[in-house]
Design a protein. Structure first.
Length: 349
């Protein structure tokens, strides 16, 4: 398999070593286009997972990898570039879900199939969509927080902050809808709500700092839509001298978030190993390359889809969900000051 990795266009050739599920005649160029570098998941999990699956399923395929670095215009240039390079399948995680409708139309006009990845494309159906259930993620993290507040005896009518993801990301909208469903049906009120441009942790931190100045001790919890925005909120709380910190949710199970959960600074996250969705995208891509139609497990935005169910992670189950399942290792997470917490939770002996 050949792989062209391009953030700063770096080319590497990787030989496929495993048995193929796609014949030599069906081998083709497949593009894997990711949206940003604000989250480390794309470089650390999504692309490596996709590459590994494609090496197994289509070792003669050539993979072109590019990251748009939160620039919708750059992503359009990348679409045009990979089509010019002969891509037959594009796996697309869009920077801007609305603008991505035009990218799907460009690809389809050239006979190129588009697999929407992680973030849906609502306005124009892609050929397939693979993701975790984003609305379910939002509802799960918020409901987990609500249940925790009730268990801790936080009275009805207490207030929480809501930090959503990027307003240009349809997946963020689905997460927000799930959060709304849990909070609106709870005993607690939303003090203020924010859509975080480009999911930028610094923007989340800046907004949270302003709300801490505004509401102070009224804030009994923060529902943050991913680990980056959660980290921003936690940084703002610490800078304001909050002690103890109110519980803060997250999503993605990044190493930094797992460490914050172990230390007690973050309440929860979502374990959704990106490699699961990356492999599903590879399976869909190779099915298309064989001239077959992949099975739709469900439909979202008129697009045949497969949505995976994630798991909520707190201190209570972090060992079982993350370490016992091999998603992360103690060597990666239990470093420095976090070793003591890992021993307390039985992650380290």
């Amino acid at each position: 398999m050949k792989i062209r990795h391009s953030i700063a266009t770096v080319s590497v050739v990787v030989a496929g070593l495993l048995a193929t599920a796609v014949t030599a005649q069906e081998a083709a160029t497949v593009a894997f286009l990711m949206p940003d570098q604000a989250s480390t998941r794309y470089e650390e999990h999504d692309f490596p997972g996709f590459k590994a699956a494609m090496e197994e399923l289509c070792p003669d395929c050539e993979i072109v990898y590019q990251n748009a670095n939160a620039d919708a215009s750059l992503q359009q240039q990348q679409i045009n570039s990979v089509i010019a390079q002969g891509a037959k399948i594009i796996v697309l995680d869009p920077v801007d879900s609305s603008a991505a409708a035009g990218l799907v139309q460009i690809a389809h006009s050239q006979g190129v199939k588009v697999i929407a990845y992680d973030r849906p494309i609502p306005d124009v159906p892609a050929d397939y969509y693979v993701s975790f259930d984003n609305k379910g993620i939002g509802q799960a993290i918020a409901q987990s927080l609500v249940d925790h507040l009730k268990a801790e005896g936080v009275p009805e009518g207490a207030g929480v902050l809501q930090i959503n993801g990027s307003p240009t990301d349809a997946a963020a909208g689905l997460i927000r809808d799930g959060i709304d469903a849990a909070l609106d049906g709870s005993e607690y009120k939303t003090l203020a709500e924010y859509d975080t441009p480009d999911w930028a942790p610094s923007k989340a931190q800046e907004w949270a700092a302003g709300q801490i100045n505004r509401f102070g001790g009224e804030i009994t919890g923060i529902v943050a839509a991913n680990d980056g925005t959660a980290g921003g909120a936690i940084a703002a709380l610490k800078a304001a001298g909050a002690d103890p910190l109110p519980p803060v949710t997250g999503n993605d199970a990044t190493i930094a978030a797992l460490q914050l959960i172990i230390s007690g600074d973050q309440y929860n996250t979502i374990s959704k190993p990106s490699e699961i969705v990356a492999r599903a995208a590879a399976e869909v891509a190779t099915t298309f390359l064989k001239g077959e139609t992949p099975e739709a497990k469900t439909t979202l935005y008129d697009t045949p889809s497969e949505l995976f169910v994630p798991a909520v992670v707190t201190r209570e189950n972090i060992k079982a969900e993350i370490f016992d399942k091999g998603i992360q290792t103690p060597e990666e997470v239990c470093t420095g000051d976090y070793a003591e917490g890992c021993r307390e939770l039985g992650i380290l002996q």
